[in-house]
Design a protein. Structure first.
Length: 376
């Protein structure tokens, strides 16, 4: 009997967890290494999962848990800074008509669901561990794990996020670049009448928005121009976000009253990156933010990462030959879908930075989302 192929997954975020579950289900031997000791320590309060992300989560077998833990909705409102609703439109159901258009979730809850799925899959998980590529040839990869042991794998999947050390180790020089925007985020209790995302354009920030994440919670965010991070001490985060948020009406005063603890406020810049040409070298292949990242103006980063995991796992389990041709085909299939999303996400932010008032944001969003309805 031939031995099942072995795969090392580097990074236990959405992409790494998803690909682990899917490859284990096909009977492959999967080890996952995650750099953090606390695997569930996720940055950011909430996440907006579009239908195409939900479609992959259903494939993973966790849709019922996501549905029960999150908050599904099907429209988005555009408001004036004072909270007056100017326009509300139905969101496209990018995961198909049998899934909601959107589910908001608390990030730690999503991560917990995925961690449990990885544990149940029987993969070997090592926390607080990284992997160093020692040898990468046409047949496999020899790695040294954080505990000093060496192991040989048929494939290494780099799912170690936007700052991927594995990407750099295989000689792919791309790095994330700031788009010029930064975001303040916080979780807060959900007012009962707040049942969808509303976005206010204008006011002191480019965007002020919120998304319900459960029956009792939401996350809220304010987007402004980048500032020198060193000039904003973390202990002032609540004051900074509250100052911006207090200019907005509607549900915002209720939300703003909860922006009190600087440790609960997350501040980060928007980045963009798209690795072009190939997402592999030898038997090391990139998925998720390690290959591409975009500002969350379309809320598609995790969705694309989950799609990468689904597509790559299907291609790996459907082919005997794990070779350049297969990995190049994976790249071609993904780049055709990822590039327009990254470009549209960056463009929407750039229009705001440039103060373009008559930009066709709904048109660009509509075309991109329509494309994403197709299976990846
Ligand atoms: C402000 C903001 C808001 C966003 N909002 C949304 C949204 O609403 N909807 C959406 O779909 N997307 C959103 N995204 C994008 C989304 O967060 C990412 O696309 C997604 O988390 C990428 O998943 P990943 O698994 O590829 O990487 P990550 O989630 O970054 O996971 C990488 C993992 O690898 C680990 N790791 C790193 N280095 C190593 C190493 N050397 N060895 C082992 N492990 C390592 C890390 O600890 C981490 O656990 C947002 C992003 C930002 C910045």
């Amino acid at each position: 009997m031939t031995q099942p192929r072995t795969v090392l997954v580097v990074g236990g975020g959405a992409a790494g967890n998803a690909v682990t579950v899917l490859l284990r289900r096909a009977g492959l031997g999967v080890d996952l290494v995650e750099a953090k000791d606390d695997w569930n320590a996720t940055a950011g309060s909430g996440i907006t999962l579009q239908g195409n992300a939900l479609r992959v989560l259903r494939e993973l077998g966790v849709w019922e848990q996501v549905e029960a833990s999150g908050f599904g909705f099907g429209s988005v409102g555009i408001t004036a800074p004072d909270g007056t609703v100017l326009h509300a439109q139905d969101d496209l159901r990018t995961g198909g008509d049998d899934l909601p258009a959107t589910v908001g979730m608390q990030r730690p809850r999503l991560q917990r669901i995925l961690i449990d799925a990885v544990r149940a899959s029987g993969a070997t998980v090592r926390l607080g561990t990284t992997a160093e590529i020692l040898d990468n040839d046409a047949d496999g990869v020899t790695v040294r794990l954080g505990d000093g042991t060496e192991a040989r794998y048929d494939l290494v999947i780099a799912a170690d996020g936007v700052g991927s050390a594995t990407r750099a180790a295989i000689g792919i020089a791309d790095r994330p670049e700031p788009t010029g925007m930064a975001i303040w985020r916080i979780a807060a209790p959900r007012p009962a009448a707040l049942t969808r995302t509303d976005l206010a354009y204008g006011g002191p920030a480019y965007i002020a928005g919120y998304c319900p994440t459960s029956e009792t919670t939401l996350y809220a965010y304010v987007v402004e121009a980048n500032r020198d991070r060193a000039s904003i001490p973390p202990e002032s985060y609540a004051d900074e976000m509250r100052h911006l948020a207090s200019a907005y009406g509607g549900f915002w005063p209720e939300i703003t009253a909860h922006i009190t603890d600087p440790a609960e406020v997350n501040y980060t810049w928007f980045d963009r990156m798209l690795v072009e040409g190939a997402w592999h070298r030898g038997r090391v292949v990139l998925i998720g933010d390690a290959a591409h990242c975009c500002p969350p103006t379309l809320a598609q980063g995790a969705a694309l990462s989950l799609e990468d995991a689904w597509v790559l796992s299907r291609m790996l389990t459907g082919s005997d030959a794990w070779d350049d041709a297969l990995f190049q085909a994976y790249y071609e299939r993904r780049i055709a879908r990822v590039r327009p999303v990254v470009e549209a996400s960056v463009q929407i932010g750039q229009w705001q930075l440039d103060g373009v008032r008559d930009a066709d944001v709904p048109g660009l969003m509509g075309r991109t989302m329509t494309m994403l309805r197709e299976l990846p």
